[in-house]
Design a protein around this ligand. Structure first.
Ligand SMILES: Nc1ncnc2c1ncn2[C@@H]1O[C@H](COP(=O)(O)OP(=O)(O)OP(=O)(O)O)[C@@H](O)[C@H]1O
Ligand SMILES: [Mg+2]
Length: 272
């Protein structure tokens, strides 16, 4: 019912002058559900880490695994992969392959990894060796295609948070352009507190949301790991999503068992 509903007692029909008393605010009503409310929530995040080789791919795959378990169409993206070899006429990269296996949306590799570079080194060097300049537009365009084909997207960064791609484009710029909440993987080893705090500060300074962090036990012999996690939890401005121990067989499913993501923004409810 609205103020102008002729069926409302005392209501005025359209075109009728409304007496002052009738101009009082109408009681709040619950709006009718919109068709758009049936559209599933979209989840997306950017996974960065305290360094290279600290478990970004493992945790990105674990997030994808959990999304698939929720019954949503989930797709991983590794926009820039440095370290690829030719297999059966196609370039293969381990990170891209693991993300692909963990998700359930299969898109051409040129979309999920627009920059597949051969040399396993810093991306700007790998690119220059191939005469390529890494630019934002092909990545954003590919990301838009992934959005259209999936309900959830996990984008794995490259190395740490601030890795150069070209003279005027780096991985922090990419995270900003995608505008995604960031999940920080902290590789638990000596020195990780400093790396984690610097990374968190850089993420926040770029106006991004640090949605959560994962403590990943890359060094099985790290001393005082509990104390390090406690200090990180005290200082990092985001929730701890889980502690992944040193796994004998690191897999998406094994890592997923140690993280809890239900409180991440946009995390989907389980679908039948
Ligand atoms: N918790 C863990 N238990 C056992 N092995 C692990 C764990 N975390 C990572 N690893 C292993 O360490 C290696 C590096 O992990 P991963 O590839 O996920 O790192 P990354 O940060 O994605 O590296 P890059 O910077 O190259 O993308 C992999 O062989 C992975 O299986
Ligand atoms: Mg990786």
């Amino acid at each position: 019912m609205t103020l102008n509903d002729p069926e409302q007692p005392g209501g005025a029909s359209i075109g009728t002058a409304i007496p002052a008393a009738a101009a009082a605010p109408a009681p709040l009503t619950v709006p009718a559900p919109l068709a758009a409310e049936g559209v599933p929530t979209r989840f997306a995040c950017f996974v960065t880490g305290t360094d290279t080789e600290i478990g970004k791919t493992l945790i990105s795959s674990a997030i994808l695994h959990k999304l698939v378990q929720q019954g949503v169409r989930a797709c991983g993206m590794k926009p820039i992969a440095a370290g690829a070899e030719e297999r059966d006429g196609m370039l293969h990269n381990d990170d891209a392959a693991m993300l692909r296996a963990a998700g359930n949306v299969l898109l051409p590799q040129r979309i999920t990894t627009p920059y597949m570079l051969r040399e396993p080194c810093a991306p700007h060097i790998a690119a220059s060796l191939e005469g390529v300049t890494i630019e934002p537009v092909p990545i954003i365009t590919a990301y838009a295609e992934i959005l259209g084909a999936s309900d959830a997207t996990v984008v794995e960064g490259v190395g740490g948070f601030w890795v150069p791609f070209s003279p005027d484009f780096d991985s922090a710029d990419l995270a900003v352009q995608l505008g995604l909440p960031v999940v920080l993987v902290v590789g638990m080893r000596l020195g990780c507190i400093n790396h984690a705090l610097l990374t968190a500060e850089a993420i926040v300074a770029r106006g991004l949301v640090l949605a959560g962090w994962v403590a990943n036990q890359v060094d099985p012999d790290m001393r005082f790991a509990d104390e390090n996690v406690a200090e990180l939890a005290r200082r990092l401005p985001a929730p701890l999503l889980g502690r992944v121990p040193r796994l004998t067989e690191p897999s998406a499913a094994a890592a997923a068992a140690h993280i809890e993501l239900a409180n991440l923004p946009g995390w989907p409810a389980k679908r039948a």
